[in-house]
Design a protein around this ligand. Sequence first.
Ligand code: HPA
Length: 291
Amino acid sequence: MHSWIQHIDEAAAVIRPHLSGAPKVGIILGTGLATFADQLEPQAVLDCADIPHFPRATALGHRGRFVCGSVSGTPVVAMDGRFHAYEGYSLQQTTLPVRVMKALGAEVMIVSNASGGLNPKLAEGDVVVIADHINLLSSNPLTGINDDRLGPQFPDMSRPYDRALGEQALEIARRENFTAVAGVYVGVCGPCYETRAEYRFLRAIGGDVVGMSTVAEVIVAVHAGLRVLGLSVVTNVCRPDALAPTDGQRVLRAAQAAESKIGRIVRGIVAELDPPAESPAQPGERTTGAL
Ligand code: HPA
């Protein structure tokens, strides 16, 4: 069995000398959303290949760098690119950066991704603030013998995404005058995009957007006790009855076109960061928010 604690410690030990203080926030930048990493006031940029136990980033638009920096004076770390199950990695490997961010001191994790819009109200370039998710990755990153030092064996998932951070993100978008709505993200394994029948199914089970990442990272973040904000950029609309073909380059271009919106939300959130204000999910509460 892997000793994940040992892997986490060894990875964190390589990163720690590059930090000027404990990072408050860990950020994971998805497809086409990488230039935010260049806007951090950087202290150090590490190649993930130089961090023990980190996989190699092989996906289109993912540089595979670990950036130590700050936003408005608040220390942050960011994964410029992420790891995916479709690259052949286990979900434990893809989520190692989350555990390392926690070990370095992060209290909040912000994850971003590109997604297909299942909800017919969504248009290309819209931002979805993830209110909840459905795990269709066909596995779970917490399978295996639980190490209680990392978190509980049966973590609560009644509210994986922090409500206060989500509301703040929506408010920032309103202020900045672009569309952002709350919605449910469905995480699938990929790497294929979906068939028309699959898009129909994903919409029918309650999905607003679908993508190939994020869910495993969020499960591990919740297990670790991190507050989570999830942001998704709709890169293609999925109309099962009139489906246009899509490909990785189109998704990448659409995400890049919307990148500044994610940057503005992340900057605003970090600047306004305040103490946790969590409350349990209310019975019957909708998680599809403004849609
Ligand atoms: N499906 C899955 N993942 C995606 C999509 C999609 O339509 N668009 C961007 N990532």
